[in-house]
Design a binder for this molecule. Structure first.
Ligand code: PLP
Length: 584
């Protein structure tokens, strides 16, 4: 009897100990976005299973089951486009071809411009130059003298126009020339930069780093040091650089460890923050306001043509306020990663734009005045790298080139200019201007009868498609032909500099709509009413399953199951073809 009671007591004790843990685990699961983007570990596993294959020259044009007449039109259009792109930039393409072999980055970006099944054929026939010789105003010029209206924004660095940054670099270099590349001791302009950044960020301490990735790494490290907790929270889809812990899932060879990836703009994420005791910090990239819970929209992920985006500024501001409150209650460090959006939305950055005060803010990109930089601004208690009572327990952070005089000089020139009435005036009515421009573009696209629309967060735009399709990514090549420069993520991210005049913007609209009309004429948006995003995805999954099985089953079994890959037109596999990588 005593033994039975003891056993019951033990069971009750074990249950009492495990139930709260189970509840927390369940809560965590519910706070993950249901997509693969919300499940880093599973996404990594799936990515490692996806087989690489390419469509042959026939399947390439009829992957959506288009009739022969449409496939022929596409083939003709593709051939014409191929010739036009080659004829226009022979020197640029020759150098790109020869440099490619030794330039890993060029190989990587070249391989991931379009969904991987189409990649090999596109790379062979629609070459994209990787070199430019000049920039001026809102234009860039390739090695053959062709000028393009720039929609790359240089990954977001170019907020005020290339000439602005050329001037910052020159002026900055002149300012620090006497000191030159001396490191360790600071040029006096560093002190000015610190003062200005304190005012802009509303935070009393500043540290300088060499890239945005490094700044984020340092902010997270400090949060862990001071809270003595292990985990960081990021939101599904948000990019924070390519350092280990902030980039769990595909793209990172190691499995996620001390990172929770939670649903953005969702109370279930707040519930996790309220209950777990191991969370050191929450990282927020305000660019996600444009597409919460979705990764940066590159064209290589336009597999079924779906791309959902649209900003609700008030809702995102309310979400940040809720987040702020929970972080304060729980002693969690709120880090606003403004590396992309800082100084683009408002002079006071995303903090001012969305009305939130973070514990730490990271800046980079444009703040370097055109030179590479990463900056952390933070509360004094969080920025401290040692403990008086434990002098050996430090939070180490250095970096040979931190506060490099030339970078600091260009930053000083940037901050000087930022404070001028002329630059402050650029921000007046900024949102209304870009809302109006996005509306203008959408009206023109609508009137032209093409299935394309844009969504935006101020001057950061993304292109969406109003119906399912397998070839939306082709638009990037028509846009390039029309003289618009895009980054390697294609139509996923158009970044305007704020010096675009109305006339220059009107020219973008003209070229953009013209390119879309040409693409429509060439048949790429042929549409079968029965096609849905789901049916496309299902078809591709079937294709992959057949390929996956065909790699594993012996030949006799493959024949029996009729799985021979040639039957599906997906018969050329090269080592360069692979599943999609995450991108910005
Ligand atoms: C929000 C955000 N954080 C961090 C980074 C990383 O910055 P960097 O490329 O300078 O390392 C980026 C780069 O795109 C970014 O957009």
């Amino acid at each position: 009897m005593d033994e039975t009671i003891a056993l019951y007591a033990l069971a009750a004790g074990v249950l009492a100990g495990t139930l709260p843990r189970l509840r927390r685990r369940l809560q965590l699961s519910r706070a993950k976005h249901p997509s693969l983007t919300g499940h880093s570990r599973m996404a990594k596993r799936v990515a490692s299973l996806l087989p690489g294959y390419s469509y042959d020259a026939q399947r390439f044009f009829e992957a959506d089951g288009a009739p022969a007449e449409v496939a022929d039109r596409r083939r003709d259009g593709f051939g014409r486009l191929s010739e036009a792109l080659r004829a226009r930039s022979p020197a640029t393409l020759a150098l790109t071809r020869s440099a490619r072999e030794g330039l890993s980055d060029l190989q990587f970006t070249g391989a991931y411009r379009v969904p991987f099944q189409f990649s090999a054929h596109v790379r062979e026939h629609l070459p994209v130059g990787g070199f430019l010789q000049a920039s001026s105003g809102v234009e860039v010029t390739d090695l053959d003298g062709n000028r393009y209206l720039d929609l790359t924004g240089s990954y977001g660095v170019n907020v005020f126009g290339y000439d602005f940054y050329k001037a910052c670099i020159e002026e900055g270099a002149a300012r620090v020339r006497a000191l030159g590349p001396v490191l360790g001791a600071y040029h006096p302009c560093v002190a000015d930069n610190v003062e200005r950044l304190r005012r802009i960020s509303g935070l009393p301490e500043v540290s300088f780093h060499m890239s945005g990735t490094e700044a984020v790494m340092q902010a997270v490290r400090l949060a862990r040091y001071h809270t003595r907790r292990s985990h960081l929270v990021r939101f599904a889809g948000a990019y924070h650089g390519w350092w280990e812990d902030v980039q769990p899932g595909p793209g990172n060879p190691l499995p996620p460890r001390e990172t929770y990836t939670l649903r953005d703009m969702d109370p279930r994420a707040l519930a996790v923050l309220r209950t777990r005791r191991d969370i050191a910090c929450v990282l927020v990239n305000p660019l996600q306001a444009l597409h919460p819970n979705r990764p940066a929209p590159g064209d290589s992920t336009l597999v079924d043509g779906s791309r959902i985006a649209g900003t609700d500024r008030a809702a995102y501001a309310a979400w940040l306020r809720d987040l702020r409150q929970v972080c304060t209650e729980r002693g969690i460090v709120l880090i606003l990663d403004e590396i992309f959006v800082g100084f683009r939305l408002a002079p006071g950055g995303a903090q001012a734009y969305f009305g939130v005060q973070a514990d730490m803010v990271t800046y980079g990109k444009t703040l370097g005045g055109g030179l590479p930089v990463g900056v952390v601004c933070g509360r004094a208690d969080l920025m401290r790298r040692w403990r008086d009572d434990r002098p050996a327990d430090i939070c180490f952070a250095r970096g040979t080139f931190n506060s490099h005089p030339y970078v600091m000089g260009a930053m000083a020139a940037f901050l000087d200019r930022l404070a001028t009435p002329a630059v402050q005036a650029v921000y007046e009515g900024l949102d209304a201007r870009w809302d109006g421009r996005a509306e203008r573009m959408n009206r023109a696209l609508d009137e032209a009868g093409v299935p394309v629309r844009v969504a935006h967060l101020s001057s950061i735009w993304t292109v969406g498609y109003t119906r399912p399709g397998r070839y939306h990514w082709m638009l990037q090549y028509y846009l390039r032909e029309a003289g618009l420069a895009l980054s390697w993520v294609g139509t996923g991210r158009l970044v305007f500099s704020l010096d675009y005049s109305d006339a220059q913007f009107e020219e973008v609209v003209r070229r953009f709509v013209g390119a879309a009309v040409a693409m429509q004429r060439d048949g790429w948006w042929w549409h079968d009413e029965a096609t849905t995003h789901r049916s496309i995805r299902r078809g591709i999954l079937g294709e992959m399953a057949r390929r996956w099985l065909s790699e594993r089953l012996p030949l006799a079994a493959r024949r029996w199951f009729a799985l021979a890959p040639a039957a599906h037109g997906a018969d050329r596999v090269s080592p360069a073809d692979g599943p999609q990588a995450p991108n910005r």
